[in-house]
Design a protein around this ligand. Structure first.
Ligand SMILES: [Zn+2]
Length: 146
C-alpha cells in the first residue's frame, strides 16, 4: 500500500522533477522582482484532496515559508502538478514575501490581484484558483495499489 502521508514512498524521480520546477519558479521570481527571496522549504506528503499548500509560519517574530505537495497527486498527475500546482503554491509565498498581508491599506487576498500578477506575468501560467485533477483518477489509483 502506498503510504503517501509523509512522502517517503515517493520515487526519487518525482521528487527531482518537483524540485527542479520549484527552483525554476523561485529563480524566475527573483529575476523578475530583482531581489533575493527568503528561503522556501519544499516538502512532500500531504494527504486528502489538497494538491498543494503554501504556509507562512510566524514564530518569535520570524517568518518561515513552506510549500507542501501531495505526493499521491504528484504520482498520478505529475504533469498538472508540475505545470500548475507548483507555480500556484510558490506564487502564494512570493505574494507573502513581496506584498505581505496588507498593501496600501488593503488586505492582500490569497488569490487576489498580486497572486494573479505573479501567475500571469512571472510564471506565464493561467491563474486558476482550484486544481482540476480528476478525483476519479486518484481514487482508481489508490484502489489499484491496495
Ligand atoms: Zn491557492
Amino acid at each position: 500500500m502506498y503510504k503517501a502521508k509523509d512522502g517517503s514512498d515517493l520515487p526519487d524521480i518525482f521528487r527531482v522533477w518537483a524540485e527542479e520546477k520549484f527552483n525554476a519558479c523561485v529563480k524566475k521570481a527573483e529575476e523578475y522582482l530583482k531581489k533575493e527571496l527568503k528561503p522556501i522549504k519544499l516538502l512532500f506528503g500531504i494527504s486528502g484532496n489538497h494538491a498543494g499548500i503554501a504556509k507562512t509560519i510566524r514564530k518569535n517574530g520570524i517568518e518561515t515559508y513552506e510549500v507542501h505537495l501531495n505526493s499521491l497527486h504528484l504520482l498520478v498527475e505529475a504533469k498538472d502538478m508540475l505545470e500548475d500546482t507548483i507555480p500556484h503554491e510558490v506564487a502564494h509565498i512570493i505574494v507573502m514575501q513581496n506584498w505581505g498581508s496588507y498593501c496600501n491599506n488593503r488586505r492582500v487576498m490569497p488569490h487576489g490581484q498580486e497572486w494573479k500578477f505573479v501567475m500571469s506575468n512571472i510564471f506565464k501560467v493561467a491563474p486558476k484558483r482550484c486544481h482540476s485533477y480528476s478525483k476519479m483518477k486518484i481514487e482508481t489509483f489508490k484502489r489499484s495499489i491496495q
